[in-house]
Design a protein around this ligand. Structure first.
Ligand code: NAP
Length: 320
């Protein structure tokens, strides 16, 4: 098998928790360098800027970006301009228009661009999609509730414009929704609560329509204490499908079905799946950029009524 040298840009929480272990386990990639403002990883060559890496290491043909969305575009554009294939963490950028620009740039240069949605690689998502494929969807309920102080301590970019606030995790729910439903959905309304000191929302309610009228109701909250609730409940003409734990656990009318692909997916985590998919795109000379989850979020911000919420103080930042 061809081993592709790859660099990781932005060595924060998700790079350390998921990308580094997935790359260590991958036969298709070798982590050859990092770009990090804070030193990177022990034992891995590090560059302070993407430009320095691109200049010094023409042998690294793929770059994977784990930076916050607001600073993703310039680096990705530079990487493509230097003839490198690019993989993007979710959301693929700060705006739809900048991702469209990257798509056009990659296509013109015959390079692979992969906009990842890690939650689509959760263990039970393929089985949920397969089961729903021939059903009539009557309603969908999404609850996406977690404690930002536990899951994103100190991440100030989430509260700055382009960081999406609660929609940083909720876009994962929408990536699953658009993957498993056999029908398209569109946003019809939203109430978004913005803390008085933040540029992005902390909680909200969202409504979406489907082919026959109202279809999806969603309640999302970034101040939810205790065990997180990452759940889709889909009512169909043939029973109720529940996906729990962010797509990991499937239940149909109270029983766990024998699911195709779930055992395989449990053995290999979501990020093993992402890097296997990227290797496949490189091998076939293709790109994958599905912007439906990000389009829904953009529409939620366009249609959402802005409501005030109390100031949000990140306890991690208060301690420092
Ligand atoms: P993070 O912990 O804040 O890490 C982001 C890293 O990007 C920083 O540590 C920093 O690394 C680098 N960076 C470069 N410019 C930056 C800037 N202006 N502000 C802040 N950091 C900057 O964030 P993360 O949780 O890893 O999230 C990064 C991306 O992954 C986001 O798009 C997020 O949605 C996605 N993601 C996160 C999770 C999760 O559970 N945390 C899960 C899946 C996906 P250096 O110091 O090395 O330069």
């Amino acid at each position: 098998m061809t081993v592709t040298k790859i660099a990781l840009v932005g060595i924060g929480k998700i790079a350390r928790d998921q990308h580094v272990p997935a790359l260590a386990a991958s036969d298709a990639f070798e982590l050859a360098a990092t770009v990090s403002r804070s030193g990177g990883l022990e034992g891995v060559e590090n560059y302070g800027t993407i430009e320095a890496l691109l200049e010094a290491r023409p042998d690294i043909s793929a770059i994977s970006f784990c930076t916050p969305p607001q600073v993703r575009y310039d680096g990705a554009r530079a990487a493509l301009a230097a003839g490198r294939h690019v993989m993007l963490e979710k959301p693929p950028g700060a705006s739809l228009s900048e991702v469209h620009a990257l798509q056009a740039q990659a296509a013109a240069a015959n390079l692979s661009l992969y906009a990842t949605w890690h939650s689509r690689h959760a263990a039970s998502v393929p089985a949920a999609r397969a089961w729903l494929a021939d059903k009539t969807i009557k309603s969908v309920r999404i609850d996406w509730k977690e404690d930002v102080r536990v899951w994103h301590p100190g991440q100030q970019w989430i509260w700055q414009a382009g960081g999406l606030g609660i929609f940083d995790p909720v876009i994962n729910a929408l990536s699953i929704l658009t993957e498993i439903l056999p029908v398209p959905v569109y946003v019809t309304g939203a109430d978004l609560r913005f803390p008085s000191n933040c540029e992005t929302p902390i909680s909200g309610r969202i409504q979406m329509g489907g082919p026959d009228g109202p279809l999806v109701e969603s309640d999302v909250d970034f101040l939810f204490e205790g065990e997180p609730l990452w759940r889709h409940v889909v009512e169909t003409d043939a029973g109720t499908l529940t996906l729990n734990e962010g797509g990991a656990v499937l239940d149909i009318d109270g029983t766990t079905p024998a699911t195709n692909g779930a055992e395989e997916a449990k053995l290999h985590g979501e990020y093993d799946g992402l890097y296997a998919a990227f290797a496949n795109l490189l091998a076939t000379g293709s790109s994958e950029v599905d912007l439906r989850p990000m389009t829904l979020v953009a529409d939620i911000f366009t249609l959402g009524r802005r409501l005030e919420a109390p100031e949000f103080i990140d306890p991690t930042l208060q301690e420092n």
